[in-house]
Ligand binder design. Structure first.
Ligand code: NAG
Ligand code: NAG
Ligand code: NAG
Length: 502
């Protein structure tokens, strides 16, 4: 008896749960984020199974990997085509999710009916296809977005945002109509995308897994919109939208360690001696970046040779004939470089990871965005006046040089970047603690049902009071008819009077 009591006591008070973390995007940057989440979960005593393309060599206690990497397709291939609109992003997202779910290791996990989890955390990358995993284990589910919040990601936890584009200041009525029109088109195309591509993919990939559990295939959309929380790898200072539903949480900069590691001696010496400042460049992993044509890149390198600042470029290859102020580094400690007092600008593609790191260290950004989310990230920095947007197709090198001149001549860019840094760092709780807090909350409350938006269950008709509007229109129509009848009647009797008078 005593044994049972002690056992149940421990069962009840043990906070450790078994958590499945699924990150489908075959990009190193995304694994930086998932590794950070996994580490936080392990620190909290949870047992974690991490589905990733980049499993670490070192084995950790309580951590198991499901390796979904594959040699068949080179991940970088996908980034050649710049997916700069939502539908292209959705196609890419679907492809990643399908590949992850289709992988033999993942299939093995999903077909294993003895495996069980208390929580599933999945990266939302323009596809809802990972949501049904939680239904296999009948456990709560959390979406994580590596990109800034968008109408698409926000609609996962709140249906209100999905129908209208976020309002922007200073648009004329025609521009607003145009925006509304393109947004409506997007919704229709998006609807088609889900019905024609995602649904069949869901049925194909999940039918067997539900069958072995003797369950009918649940409704797809119910599962996609059934998440307990949405974590967003961003922060209001870096974001377009600041009004979030209560179950969407900004945890941007959770991957940044509290202490920055010191620079290697020779690099520190180089940076200390660069009295005109240092420009740090990170454009994808290789110098001959897939997104930049070689001749444009050569032009940029040559142009950078004419400025007085030192340029540190992250790249894997060894390049000959570099200008003497340009240094390439294979695996730089990026944070330490950005943290150095002489760093005056960070040139990157505008992905959220780079944007957060730049803001965390107060460095202005020169962005060359290629993907839809990157374009939107850089737009925010341009608006807040500590970033520049450079079009990849149009006169790249001279625009980059222009931006560097502006940043080095006008100290206000540095000042605003430092201001963003203060705001980003001034928090009630650290993003790490916030993440851990909400994980516990979701597990303890079995899915934070108390935080769900009631609007998710309301039909479109009710939400916009379309029936009431219709009723009003009918009433108005009815009254105009009545008024008309009265008019005719009175004018008739007037006529009679006139006739009598005659
Ligand atoms: C998107 O990319 C295509 C080519 O890949 C380009 O023609 C178009 O201008 C780009 N659109 C934006 C908004 O950058
Ligand atoms: C299924 O999962 C359980 C629990 O995680 C594990 O012990 C078992 O080895 C797995 N079976 C297969 C066939 O992988
Ligand atoms: C939706 O989530 C809640 C809380 O996690 C869960 O109890 C419920 O079974 C889920 N619904 C479906 C259809 O999976």
């Amino acid at each position: 008896m005593l044994k049972v009591i002690i056992l149940s006591y421990f069962l009840h008070f043990c906070d450790c749960s078994h958590i499945l973390v699924v990150f489908p995007v075959p990009e190193k940057r995304h694994s930086v984020l998932s590794d950070s989440l996994v580490k936080l979960l392990l620190n909290d005593g949870h047992e974690v199974t991490h589905v990733t393309h980049f499993p670490r060599e070192t084995r950790l206690h309580n951590l198991a990997y499901v390796d979904i990497s594959s040699k068949d397709h080179n991940a970088e291939d996908d980034w050649i085509n710049t997916a700069n609109d939502t539908l292209q992003m959705e196609n890419l997202g679907l492809k990643y999710a399908q590949r992850a779910l289709h992988h033999p290791n993942m299939q093995e996990l999903m077909m294993n009916t003895t495996a069980s989890f208390d929580l599933v955390i999945a990266e939302w990358f323009y596809s809802g296809l990972l949501a049904p995993i939680s239904a296999l284990y009948e456990c709560p589910f959390i979406w994580y977005s590596a990109a800034d919040v968008s109408w698409k990601s926000l609609s996962l936890v709140n249906s209100e945002v999905s129908t209208f584009p976020t309002p922007t200041q200073g648009l004329s009525i025609t521009e607003r109509i145009q925006r509304m029109w393109s947004h409506l088109q997007l919704i229709v195309r998006n609807y088609y995308h889900v019905a024609a591509k995602e649904l069949p993919a869901y049925e194909k990939l999940f039918r067997d897994t539900f069958e072995v559990r003797r369950q009918a295939l649940p409704n797809y959309e119910t599962l996609v919109y059934n998440s307990s929380l949405l974590f967003i790898n961003s922060h209001p200072i870096l974001s377009h939208i600041t009004a979030l539903p209560i179950n969407a949480k900004y945890i941007g900069s959770h991957h940044i360690e509290k202490a920055t590691s010191p620079l290697p001696k020779n690099l520190k010496k180089l940076m200390d001696e660069s009295s005109h400042g240092v420009i740090y460049v990170d454009l994808a992993s290789s110098l001959i970046s897939k997104n930049l044509q070689e001749e444009i890149l050569q032009e940029l390198i040559e142009a950078l040779g004419h400025i007085k600042q030192t340029v540190i470029w992250k790249c894997d290859e060894i390049i000959v004939n570099l200008p003497k102020n340009l240094y390439t580094i294979k695996k730089p400690s990026q944070q330490s470089i950005l943290n150095h007092a002489n760093t005056i600008a960070f040139i990157n593609h505008g992905d959220m990871l780079s944007i957060i790191e730049a803001a965390h260290h107060g460095v202005p950004v020169i962005g060359i965005p290629v993907m839809e989310d990157q374009i939107s990230n850089i737009d925010v920095l341009v608006q807040r006046e500590y970033g520049f947007k450079v079009d990849i197709n149009d006169d790249l090198s001279s625009k980059v040089i222009d931006a560097i001149y502006k940043i080095s001549d006008d100290k206000s860019y540095q000042a605003r970047a430092k201001e963003a840094r203060s705001i980003l760092r001034y928090r009630l709780t650290s993003p790490q603690e916030e993440f851990q807090y909400w994980i516990k909350m979701v597990i303890q409350t079995h899915g934070t049902v108390h935080l769900r938006s009631p609007t998710l269950k309301i039909s479109t008709l009710e939400r916009y009071n379309l029936d009431i509007a219709l009723l009003l229109i009918l009433l108005i129509w009815f009254f105009t008819k009545v008024v008309k009848v009265f008019k005719v009647h009175f004018s008739d009797s007037n006529d009679d009077l006139v006739k009598k008078d005659l």
